[in-house]
Design a protein around this ligand. Structure first.
Ligand code: ADP
Length: 382
């Protein structure tokens, strides 16, 4: 069961204040009245104004009047919402909600704010009639991040379905043609089957990438602990690229010292990073790809000792405005060139693997000259 903390807190505060108020009127100690008498030397709990009660609570809370004028903002509000409180109190949704409050029922509202920054705030409100006919207590919960995550998840499902639907529609179309008009045309059949093979391969690549991404995200909070020697990892991946590189008449050059310090990580995932960067370099390079690895002691970038693994190509490069978005899932810079189609997931996978390693990814590119993707991995210190 999920407990809505702000609502529970408003109910608690409301009840607490009312109990305090009643006990004060009846001349009884505020709390523990029906428990054992206080020990000698312990003073009964003094009566407190609700502003004092909400002040130290960790939940952001406000006291206001029915016209929306602020009476007290507790420490958590001041820390978490800062200068957003006036905009919140002026918001038409809050205004409308306040006008509907009757009795001591808790009323909730979702306020979407554009200023001073975009935010979604869930507000739970309760009247405190025993303290004054106009007094209201509000508990605030910032739902901005939760909404952003939900939007991202919905976008992700929509994008993944769209990416799968395109090759699937093409496959269905060709199957219909093969069963119908092309049933006796063996030349057309061969041509269509080759296209179908490529579309099926594209679907398989996309599904493999989606599964890979979700596996990495599942374990993202666990830092990999193994000591990884990079030289054999680099050799295995680049060996696998030899035939592909030869087929495209591109030279693949390695630039690394005779020995490298070990890094802390997961060898298979580091191989996947290099594989994805090389997949891209191979699509774009015109003559040469350089894979390099160099030990670093830490400085401006990266800040700590480790190894920087990089892949450079002399392809068309990437315009600067695309750089910050390259690691978003499904983000692609369409250039209309055949043979460069991809899933748009390769760099998202790289980003998540690097994140899991507490490493860094740096993308540099000069349009017309090429691109350089560098990954810093932390040194294995023990
Ligand atoms: P894809 O599967 O489409 O390659 P990525 O996430 O690996 O997906 O890359 C995202 C986009 O970044 C690519 O579609 C391409 O536009 C751009 N990109 C990646 N690497 C390079 C590169 N070496 N040179 C030029 N553009 C690149």
């Amino acid at each position: 069961m999920q407990i809505d903390l702000p609502i529970a807190t408003v109910a608690f505060i409301g009840g607490y204040c009312v109990r305090l108020f009643r006990s004060r009127r009846q001349g009884r100690p505020a709390a523990g009245a029906d428990r054992a008498a206080p020990e000698p030397g312990l003073a009964p709990e003094p009566f407190r104004w609700p502003g004092d009660v909400i002040e130290p609570l960790p939940c952001p809370m406000l006291l206001i009047d029915r016209q929306g004028a602020l009476i007290h903002a507790n420490l958590a509000v001041r820390e978490m919402f800062g200068d957003a409180v006036p905009a919140l109190l002026r918001h038409p949704v809050l205004d409308d909600t306040l006008s509907r409050i009757e009795g001591v029922e808790i009323v909730t509202a979702t306020v979407r704010m554009d200023v001073p920054v975009a935010r979604v705030v869930r507000v739970s409100i309760r009247a405190l009639p025993n303290f004054g006919p106009d007094l209201l207590v509000l508990a605030l919960a910032d739902h901005s991040q939760q909404e952003a995550v939900e939007r991202m998840r919905a976008d992700f499902i929509a994008n993944a379905s769209h990416e799968l639907r395109t090759p699937l529609a093409s496959l269905i179309g060709f199957i219909d043609t093969l069963l119908g008009p092309a049933a006796d045309d063996w030349q057309a059949q061969r041509r269509f089957l080759a296209i179908m093979q490529a579309q099926a391969a594209r679907m398989r690549r996309l599904i493999d990438n989606l599964m890979s991404l979700s596996r990495i995200q599942l374990m993202e909070h666990e830092r990999p602990r193994a000591r990884v020697e990079l030289a054999p990892v680099i050799a295995t991946v680049t060996d696998g690229f030899e035939p592909l590189v030869a087929g495209r008449q591109v030279a693949l050059r390695l630039d690394m010292p005779a020995s490298l310090p070990p890094v802390r990580g997961d060898g298979d995932q580091i191989a996947q990073v290099l594989q994805n960067l090389l997949d891209n370099a191979l699509k774009y390079a015109s003559r040469e790809i350089v894979v390099s690895a160099r030990p670093v002691q830490g400085g401006a970038w990266p800040a700590a000792p480790g190894v920087v693994l990089s892949v450079r190509d002399d392809g068309p490069g990437i315009a600067e405005h695309h750089l910050p978005r390259l690691t978003e899932r499904f983000y692609r810079v369409e250039d209309g060139q055949a043979g460069r189609a991809g899933s748009g997931l390769g760099l998202a996978i790289v980003k998540h693997i690097v994140g899991r390693h507490a490493g860094r990814l740096l993308v540099e590119s000069i349009p017309g000259q090429g691109s350089l993707f560098s990954v810093w991995l932390p040194a294995a210190l023990s």
